[in-house]
Unconditional design. Sequence first.
Length: 149
Amino acid sequence: MDKKFMQRAIQLAKEAEKNGDVPIGAVVVKNGKIVGEGYNRREIDNNPVAHAEIEAIKAAGEKLGSWHLDECELYVTLEPCPMCAGAIINSRIKTLIFGAYDLKAGSASSDSVINLFDLPYNHKPEIYGGICEEETAKLLKDFFATKRK
C-alpha cells in the first residue's frame, strides 16, 4: 500500500469536482505502476454507471489487454457502492484501498450499509479502509456543503 497512489486518486477526485460531479477518484495499480485511472463522470457523460472505480477498472483492462485484474490494487477516495463492489469482484481486483467510509451507500465495510465482500462470491479482495480518510472525507463534505448553498 502506497499513499502516493491515494494522492493521485485525490487529484482525480478534484477533476470530477471541476466538472460538477461528486469528487471521487480511483487508480488501478499493478507492480507499483498506475495502469488505469478514473473519476466520477456521471454528470458530464449523463451516465449513471460512470463511477470512478468503473472508469479506472475499464482503463486498466484496456491497457493490460485482460479483464483479469487479479494482480492489481484499486485505490479509491470513497468506499465503493454495490455496483462498484460488483465490478471489483468481477474483475478480480487483488486489493481494495479506500479513503472515506460511506455510511449511506458503502458496500465494503461492516461499519457501512453492507460488506458485499463478506458474501460467498467467487472472489474476495483484501480491503483497507480509512486511508487518507480525513482528506478524502473533507473533499466530499465541502462539495456537498457548497451544493446545499
